[in-house]
Design a protein around this ligand. Structure first.
Ligand code: NDP
Ligand code: 8X3
Length: 252
């Protein structure tokens, strides 16, 4: 039977690459994000290429009521979700805590922590009905150690780390796998968003070394979903060859 995967934050970067990877394997895919035009184009392009079915849900993950209404609007057959990839997320700013913008903090906390929880709350209950499913949370090396000026972003990714561990315990009797995938630097729109559109600052993040591509991470995430039923990767850190952790990157 065709499996269904829900991918949040599918309009760009890792999420968009994941849509392609799962489409190649003919999954039914629910894709979410705020940019409706992008969702439509991604649906059309992948369906044309891979002949699978893609359903778009256009919502802001930070609004609990809208998340609930959107997910509940899915046709019943689309609510039997085999895999949930909690990928939507962002960094805003790179500032010391005493200097940072409160608005930036709110956005990161609301998206990376609360948004992930809103989706997981609903979808884990759907999965429980079938005693089956796989929740894959996208954490970060920033959830493994903290770096200067990254305080609140790192805190949100440490929260994803904690939530992934807790969910795995809470769902232990439910036949639902919980995996966390923690990438190091990946060249996506991430830094452009972090620096509020400052392209020079964004490009500087990836200068002098080869970061991961979104496709690299998508392949790894996809792999974690392909293992036998009794095998669960709990936690996986993936960086480019040039990166050891949040602090050490070998630049030329
Ligand atoms: P992108 O900026 O390219 O993609 C982020 C995605 O998240 C977009 O599809 C965006 O959709 C979605 N998103 C952001 N805010 C919201 C919101 N309020 N409501 C709904 N969707 C939202 O970044 P990446 O692909 O790099 O990031 C994906 C994940 O990977 C994030 O969780 C990030 O923290 C994590 N990560 C990234 C790394 C990197 O170096 N790039 C490294 C480690 C982890 P839209 O704007 O259309 O709503
Ligand atoms: C993104 C990686 O190093 O910019 O999670 O925090 S980093």
């Amino acid at each position: 039977m065709t499996k269904t995967v829900l991918i949040t934050g599918a309009t760009s970067g890792i999420g968009k690459a994941l849509v392609k990877r799962f489409s190649q394997e003919k999954y039914n895919i629910i894709i979410t994000g705020r940019r409706e035009n992008r969702l439509k184009n991604i649906k059309i392009k992948n369906e044309e290429l891979f002949n699978n079915k893609i359903l778009t849900l256009n919502f802001d993950i930070t609004n609990h009521q809208i998340v609930k209404n959107s997910l509940n609007s899915l046709p019943n057959q689309w609510k039997k979700i085999d895999i949930l990839v909690n990928n939507a997320g962002l960094a805003r700013g790179l500032d010391k805590i005493q200097d940072a913008s409160i608005q930036d903090w709110e956005e990161m906390i609301d998206t990376n922590i609360k948004g992930l929880l809103y989706i997981s709350h609903i979808v884990s209950n759907w999965m429980k009905k079938h005693n089956k499913g796989h929740i894959i949370n996208i954490g970060s090396t920033a959830g493994k150690e903290v770096y200067e000026k990254g305080g609140v972003y790192c805190a949100t990714k440490h929260a994803v780390d904690a939530i992934s561990k807790s969910l795995r315990i809470d769902l232990l009797k439910s036949g639902i796998k919980v995996t966390q995938v923690c990438p190091g630097a990946v060249k996506t729109e991430f830094s452009k968003i972090r620096f509020h559109g400052n392209i020079k600052k964004a490009n500087d993040v990836y200068k002098g070394y080869t970061p991961l591509k979104a496709e690299d991470v998508a392949n790894v995430i996809f792999y974690t979903s392909t293992l036998p039923e009794n095998v669960c990767i709990n936690d996986l850190v993936v960086t480019s060859l040039n990166q050891a952790n949040s602090f050490y990157i070998s630049r030329i």
